[in-house]
Design a protein around this ligand. Sequence first.
Ligand code: TYD
Length: 135
Amino acid sequence: MNYQIIDIPKITDPRGNLAVIEGDSIPFETKRVYYLYDVPSDSHRGGHAHRQCQSLLIALSGSFTVRLYDGKNTKSVLLNKPDRGLLIPTMLWRELEDFSSGAVCLSIASHLYDESDYIRDLKEFELAASSQSKT
Ligand code: TYD
């Protein structure tokens, strides 16, 4: 599965750490930033894949689990450090769950919001993923 874990460059300091994302830290130009917060612990977010948009997810605070599915295999990734990002490429189904109290999920995206870029139906995703893997 072609997701990536990215170590975000940081400047540690007894006054508090500073992490910075710039230049080539991520393999796309940032078009949009959004974040999830006040997420109830029994809530599920995500539940979709993107045709064009890539995202980098970071647990700015607290923790949550990202369940990835490529149409064949699943993989769970725990995000619990503000200097570690999960790069999700196109055509990967994601579910976000098990949010800790106070968790904040930052998402840095390669495209502006466009509902037509979403695949929100799992069966449709599985069909698209299997036809893509044949080409
Ligand atoms: P949704 O895709 O369900 O969020 P998540 O994948 O994080 O669970 O989006 C929730 C609503 O917010 C939906 O109506 C679309 C809207 N939305 C925007 O308007 N702009 C955005 O950048 C995002 C991510 C969502």
